[in-house]
Design a protein around this ligand. Structure first.
Ligand SMILES: [Cu+2]
Length: 164
């Protein structure tokens, strides 16, 4: 039975690798390709990022997150203060009605402290998201190389550079 499970998991992983991106849906929310940057084995912290699209006519809020990989999980943002980039915990991350919110390096992110296991490159780990309206959503975070840039960020950068 154990072997059987392994084979199933193995082929599921292969299939999703070929497909590239992965996404999760709950009600009006779509969570696209949750990912994490590979961290060194000695690291005690890690972060997760993804794009949330809200197809509903009402704003929703990401209010809490948790993962078995971490002793503590917080919602964070980056702010510029005294010429430095600093991380700050936030109470909530808004997902506008008929809009989207991008969690990305240098911006909003999910922060893991007190790592219980170091997620390895190519692995996936569970992450539970709690939304004010959509409730609890279970996703899987893919561990990407440190150099990884998500499609959504490339798109945003391309749009941004047009303004200059
Ligand atoms: Cu952080």
């Amino acid at each position: 039975m154990k072997l059987f499970n392994k084979v199933i998991l193995g082929s599921a992983f292969l299939f999703s690798s070929l497909a590239g991106a992965h996404e999760f849906n709950s009600g009006q929310l779509n969570i696209d390709h949750p990912w994490s940057k590979q961290v060194p084995p000695s690291s005690s912290v890690a972060a997760a990022f993804f794009e949330i699209t809200n197809q509903g006519n009402e704003q929703d809020m990401l209010i809490r997150a948790e993962s078995p990989i971490a002793g503590k999980t917080e919602l964070h943002t980056h702010i510029h203060e005294d010429g430095m980039m600093k991380m700050r915990e936030v109470k909530e991350i808004a997902i506008p009605a008929n809009g989207s919110q991008m969690l990305k390096p240098g911006g909003y992110h999910i922060m893991f402290f007190d790592l219980q296991t170091i997620p390895e490159l190519g692995e996936r780990f569970p992450l539970t998201l709690h939304f004010a309206k959509a409730g609890r959503v279970e996703v899987e975070v893919t561990v990407e190389p440190a150099t990884y840039i998500p499609e959504g960020m490339k798109r945003a950068d391309a749009t941004h550079s047009k303004h200059h």
